[in-house]
Design a protein around this ligand. Sequence first.
Ligand SMILES: Nc1ncnc2c1ncn2[C@@H]1O[C@H](COP(=O)(O)OP(=O)(O)O)[C@@H](O)[C@H]1O
Ligand SMILES: [Mg+2]
Length: 424
Amino acid sequence: MNILILGSGGRESAFAWKIAQSPKCQNLFIAPGNAGTTQYGTNVNLKVTDFEGIKTFVLGNGINLVLVGPEEPLVKGVHDFFLNDEQLKNIPVVGPQQEAAQLEGSKDFSKQFMEKHNIPTAAYKTFTKDTLQEGLTYLTTGGLPVVLKADGLAAGKGVLICTTLEEAQQELTEMLAEAKFGEASSRVVIEQFLTGIELSVFVMTDGNSYKILPEAKDYKRIGEGDTGLNTGGMGSVSPVPFADAIYMKKVEEKVIIPTIEGLKKDGIPYKGFIFIGLMNSEGEPWVIEYNCRMGDPETESVMRRIDSDFVDLLQGVAEVNLDQKELVISPKTAATVVMVAGGYPGEYLKNKVITGTENIHESIVFHAGTSTDGDNVISTGGRVLAITTLQDNMFNALQQATADASRIYYDGMYFRRDIGFDLL
Ligand SMILES: Nc1ncnc2c1ncn2[C@@H]1O[C@H](COP(=O)(O)OP(=O)(O)O)[C@@H](O)[C@H]1O
Ligand SMILES: [Mg+2]
């Protein structure tokens, strides 16, 4: 098979690494990819939202399957674009259609879906500019802190946790009346604050049956001890000790099955990944959000724990026979440490030469924001590399990934040395 991956981050690097190992994969392409993905396939200079360009490439290169990494092309309807095109309609896309992608693309849609199908989630209400006054009153009736969420995609910045009523009212006004997050905050979900520990659960589905991939914990804050600004993700670990068999059974029964069955009942087809962001509150799972794709940097750890042929699983999604496929998961621990650019998540340094990756033997160096200047690999993004290792136990995995990250150098480089150590 010839496979095209859309995307350019650490997640897509991990997909490419895994797919390249499959005997079923003949030619692998990554659009646009990064300096590291050329180890596994051929980069294609295309934007993930350039649907016409993707069409030309797919038809010209005999692509048999398209795997979509990020949410943007899904929310913009890349899968529908294929289905509505005479020449593309029989080429499978792994990643949901636009309607289902609203589970991520609209917080209000996903809350309504959860409420309708009795999936445990925080109590909420949605407001618009026209109902701002009701929203301001609603805030006085709930407890604190309170969570305000811009309805649409806001690059991970649209969620505000407010600790005082004044702050919440001011933020709500700015979001609705002053379009603080543009069109994304034309609707705002106000929801109850949940306490507990977060967990990322990943489900692969063909719309009929599902497979639960390894769960992971990710680390979002820039600073050690989970302090400072939010980032795209600074590291991940899988498995997660509290997500034992009993807990995961609860997640399956209370969240995963009602989600898959709810999609079916609502007549919403779904082929791809569902990333369920959970809050574990005293042993009970509560859904914080759905994403319509895999997480980054969770995918790096998750892929390392999948022992089966990933292309076979992707084919199961495409051909709606996932229930006949085998998913073998390694009992070992995977840990990922993300190396970022100096200044990130603010204004950050770019075009810094990266050295030392040749010294890494026990981990895989997944590239994220990298490119080449002809002679050298250089940093181009905020998240530059993801160092992922697989070891017999958690302590060794955490130590190895951290030690290997410190063998790499570029001007201004930074990574957290505490990823996963809270779980020991
Ligand atoms: N109801 C909630 N209670 C507590 N924390 C929350 C709640 N909703 C969101 N959060 C926090 O905010 C983060 C971002 O919210 P999320 O819904 O995942 O939005 P997004 O990832 O789209 O920015 C979550 O990872 C979590 O830490
Ligand atoms: Mg989130």
